[in-house]
Design a protein. Structure first.
Ligand code: ZN
Ligand code: ZN
Length: 288
């Protein structure tokens, strides 16, 4: 089993050093992991900042931790990743950062839309209260489209993250109503060789992973080349949360394998049936 999206204490919003997350992986039977800390950091004024010098120093240091983790956990595949927040004014710094630091895997994310953080903090309510579902979700998917046009990463993280709080304001959404926004994004991803992830942090929020099953089906049909899976956990005690649901979702959407990246190249795959076997074993262990 793999977890290609989690944060440790080198993310402004993460907890515990990498080695504690490695212990949690071993305990859960997860064998291939990639730590994907946020590139940007939370400044003293509460705003996110992306300073090239700071990021370079921090991620070279995370790379040291990854090497230490490989020594201490020889049976665990540990990789260095990063999660980039798409903002047009940051892309130059991100392009330089990813050219200098030897990352294994780079996620691209949209958390900010029209100056509002739709995934947390106080501005999310202002964003949703001032918009209909249609305008909020359409704006989000257009920001995703702009990020994919930039393309300085390997896979799109939490494709429909807007539902995290959107579902509280509007209830569940129907991906088909946004297909005219979503389909062009998927086609650009396929053309550029960008993958998609199943992000299982949605299981504890809107109740289902990101993205919805239909989007995973359309992604496969559009030729999006790879699927990864990650929990987006920020603490060791939630390291494997939602992986069971995520694996079953991948299968129901018709995907047959999960991809592992090394040095930003899709280097190996795991047959989804193996991941399903892991999930079934975990389900039976957790049954009362
Ligand atoms: Zn994110
Ligand atoms: Zn994340």
């Amino acid at each position: 089993m793999i977890n290609f999206h989690f944060h440790d204490d080198r993310s402004s919003d993460g907890e515990a050093p990498l080695l504690r997350h490695c212990e949690a992986a071993v305990e859960a039977g997860v064998t291939e992991i990639c730590v994907t800390n946020h590139a940007e950091i939370l400044g003293p004024d509460g705003s996110w900042q992306a300073d090239l010098e700071e990021m370079r120093a921090r991620f070279f240091s995370v790379g040291e931790s990854v090497r230490e983790a490989r020594r201490l956990f020889p049976d665990l595949g540990v990789r260095l990743g990063i999660e980039l927040e798409y903002r047009p004014e940051w892309t130059d710094a991100f392009d330089r950062l990813t050219a200098e630091v030897p990352f294994d895997f780079v996620l691209g994310s949209v958390h900010m839309v029209d100056g509002f953080n739709v995934s947390g903090g106080s501005s999310k309510d202002l964003f949703f209260e001032g918009r209909t579902q249609e305008s909020a979700y359409s704006e989000y998917f257009r920001a995703l489209d702009a990020m994919v046009q930039w393309g300085g990463f390997d896979a799109v993280a939490h494709f429909d993250l807007v539902k995290r709080y959107g579902h509280r304001h509007y209830g569940p959404y129907e991906p088909a109503a946004y297909r005219h926004e979503i389909q062009p994004v998927l086609e650009k991803m396929a053309a550029r060789g960008l993958g998609i992830e199943i992000n299982t942090s949605g299981v504890s929020g809107p109740g289902v992973p990101y993205p919805e099953r239909e989007i995973l089906v359309w992604a496969r049909q559009a030729g999006v080349p790879t699927l990864t899976i990650g929990t987006d956990s920020h603490r060791p005690d939630s390291f494997a949360d939602g992986l069971v649901e995520g694996v079953l979702l991948a299968r129901s959407a018709g995907w047959e394998e999960l991809t592992l990246y090394d040095r930003r190249i899709p280097a190996a795959t795991i047959a989804l049936e193996r991941a399903v076997a892991w999930a079934e074993g975990r389900n039976s262990r957790e049954a009362p």
